[in-house]
Design a protein around this ligand. Structure first.
Ligand code: HEC
Length: 153
């Protein structure tokens, strides 16, 4: 038989969008130190030491500015919202087993990635209230076309 009826658990795992302002973030929390362990065990093989990139994207440590000839689009240099890291990782990483991390583990590895990008301190803990408050350097680098359209109409 091809496929199977979606179980309530599967539906719940797909119905999990987190929005820029933090709406949709679950309960739970994670620290930089916890995230470092998870990263080394489950992410480093593809994303490299300290998020510097391997077979998969570089996630931290950008040296080249976005306006340079060879821009480095890392979380720290490019991503407008910290909450997107949580959403993206929970939805699709590790690439070999998406959806396998608990919410606490996703908070922890998100914290570690933000720490590698020098956006939070080593002792910071990420949860539904702290994560949306993380200031992203490139937040103003995106234009919300829906807002712009609303204003001109
Ligand atoms: C088997 C290899 C592999 C593993 C393991 C893996 N990733 Fe990835 N990851 C990828 C690939 C390939 C991409 C690019 C996918 C794409 O662009 O659609 C990616 C993309 C990402 C991105 C988005 C990067 C960007 O700038 O668009 C993040 C964040 C990320 N991974 C985090 C993680 C975390 C956290 C873990 C561990 C929990 C992890 N990955 C484990 C292969 C992997």
């Amino acid at each position: 038989m091809l496929g199977h009826p979606a179980s309530p658990e599967e539906v719940a795992s797909w119905d999990s969008s987190v929005f820029p302002d933090g709406e949709g973030l679950p309960e739970g929390q994670g620290s930089v130190a916890e995230g470092e362990k998870i990263y080394q065990q489950q992410c480093q093989v593809c994303h490299g030491d300290n998020g510097l990139g391997q077979s998969a994207d570089q996630l931290a440590g950008a040296q080249m500015a976005l306006t340079s000839e060879y821009p480095e689009q890392t979380i720290g240099s490019y991503w407008p919202y910290a909450t997107t890291v949580f959403d993206m990782v929970r939805r699709s990483m590790p690439m070999t087993a998406p959806g396998s991390l608990t919410d606490n583990e996703v908070y922890a590895v998100t914290a570690y990635l933000l720490y590698l990008n020098k956006l939070i301190d080593k002792d910071d803990v990420m949860n539904a209230s702290s994560l949306p408050k993380v200031k992203m350097p490139n937040e103003a680098g995106f234009i919300n076309i829906y807002e712009a359209e609303r204003k001109t109409n």
